[in-house]
Design a protein around this ligand. Structure first.
Ligand SMILES: *[C@@H]1O[C@H](CO)[C@@H](O)[C@H](O)[C@H]1NC(C)=O
Ligand SMILES: *[C@@H]1O[C@H](CO)[C@@H](O)[C@H](O)[C@H]1NC(C)=O
Ligand SMILES: *[C@@H]1O[C@H](CO)[C@@H](O)[C@H](O)[C@H]1NC(C)=O
Ligand SMILES: *[C@@H]1O[C@H](CO)[C@@H](O)[C@H](O)[C@H]1NC(C)=O
Ligand SMILES: *[C@@H]1O[C@H](CO)[C@@H](O)[C@H](O)[C@H]1NC(C)=O
Length: 367
């Protein structure tokens, strides 16, 4: 190597590594917050990559949820300050098990939520006699899967079975590989953002087939929701901390929604997920879909829970006997009305909307 080249390499390393080292030094001005999530959403990618968390004084640690029981246990025991997970989980824990969890707002309506399969399974009918990978056999996505398959005439236990393997990142990995950890073949599963678009970019021999899009059958469908313990909402320390997180996510969500930020948003998604610009562009399209995305119209730009989307979630669970812990005569209509301490509690969301409107953090026009 010429000296000149060696010097350039050295210069590059110094220039590249120094800011990274600085960025990693603990900043005492930032308050730590533990965030549990199943996937890295577009809103999270923007908040993390473009500095919305740090601008709100937060050092957010992203904690990957391995499966829903583990994720909600971690929230209940304080390991997570907040999580995003399918709203059906909170409906279940709250109504069946009387767990004091509340939904603070809705993040999406199931972007790119599909039934995907390996190559040899070319249609829904090909699922007869097969096993389908799920996170949990009695959770929202499993009920959605059952609903869609039932419309094709397929019945769980008769025409197909479930194999419980874990959250979407794991199921995607097993689907692409064609096997589950115990060595049995993988055939199909539910996929969501960002895995659906990542799968569509794979070479033909490993690219999953999309057998059905959930929104063609159940729409609207409330999916990812900001969830915390009900006690934390009124806690003098946790409450304001969570409000800062919601403020950063709200600002990032508004950034995502603004067409003028499209290329910067795509850049943030690409950087966060370590994917090409082409795939990130497909992710952006899914995340900004007006029916299913993170900027779904029903959310009103302020993380509103879609009443109809939530009713559809409850309807699916009810259809498949998922309310065994709910007393006869339970008033669902009343139980889904937002209010302090209830299933949906907008207290902290409202504070975040206020903070974002006051513009304490300048949304960058550029990236
Ligand atoms: C964020 O917290 C982690 C520990 O959880 C720490 O290692 C890191 O340095 C902190 N980052 C900043 C910028 O303070
Ligand atoms: C499925 O979730 C329920 C709680 O909703 C839990 O009790 C059960 O253990 C879970 N099943 C598996 C196999 O994880
Ligand atoms: C992928 O599949 C092979 C067999 O085809 C198996 O040996 C390996 O353990 C699998 N890897 C994962 C991560 O599932
Ligand atoms: C990003 O993806 C590339 C391949 O596309 C891979 O070589 C690299 O290790 C990945 N980087 C990280 C940090 O995961
Ligand atoms: C969102 O909720 C607020 C009240 O919290 C309401 O005023 C607004 O109309 C809602 N937006 C949509 C699109 O439903």
């Amino acid at each position: 190597m010429h000296h000149f080249q060696a010097f350039r390499v050295l210069y590059f390393l110094l220039a590249y590594l120094s800011p990274v080292r600085c960025a990693k030094a603990p900043n005492p001005a930032l308050t730590p917050l533990n965030y549990g999530a199943f996937t890295q959403t577009a809103t999270y990618s923007i908040a993390n990559q473009l500095g919305f968390f740090t601008a709100n004084g937060l050092n957010v640690t992203f904690l990957q949820i391995p499966n829903s029981p583990a994720g909600y246990a971690a929230l209940l025991n304080g390991q997570y300050d907040i999580l995003t997970g399918t709203i059906d989980n909170t409906v279940n824990f709250r109504f069946n098990q009387q767990k004091a969890l509340s939904v603070l707002g809705q993040l999406d309506q199931g972007p790119d939520l599909v039934i995907a399969s390996v190559h040899s399974v070319a249609s829904v009918q090909d699922l007869r006699g097969k096993t389908i990978m799920v996170d949990n056999a009695t959770s929202g996505y499993a009920y959605l899967l059952r609903k869609i398959l039932s419309l094709f005439g397929l019945v769980l236990g008769t025409d197909y079975t479930f194999q419980v393997v874990g959250a979407t990142p794991l199921r995607y990995q097993y689907l692409i590989n064609g096997t589950t950890p115990d060595g049995t073949p993988a055939y199909a599963t539910i996929l969501t953002y960002p895995f659906t678009a990542e799968g569509e970019a794979l070479p033909a021999d490993t690219r999953p087939n999309i057998l059905a899009r959930a929104s063609d059958f159940v729409n609207p469908f409330s999916s990812s929701a900001f969830t915390a313990t009900t006690a934390s909402i009124t806690d003098g320390i946790k409450g304001p901390l969570i409000t800062k997180f919601l403020t950063a996510m709200l600002e990032a969500n508004q950034y995502l929604a603004a067409p003028k930020h499209k290329s910067c948003a795509i850049g943030a998604i690409a950087a966060q997920l370590n994917i090409s610009t082409a795939v990130a562009t497909a992710e952006y399209a899914a995340a900004t879909d007006p029916e299913t995305g993170e900027t779904a119209l029903m959310q009103g730009g302020i993380f509103n829970v879609s009443r109809q989307g939530l009713l559809n979630v409850i309807d699916l669970r009810a259809q498949f006997g998922g309310f065994t812990g709910v007393p006869a005569g339970f008033n669902f209509a009343d139980a889904i009305v937002p209010g302090p301490g209830k299933l949906i509690d907008y207290t902290l969301r409202d504070q975040a909307v206020q903070a974002a409107a006051e513009g304490k953090v300048k949304i960058k026009g550029d990236c």
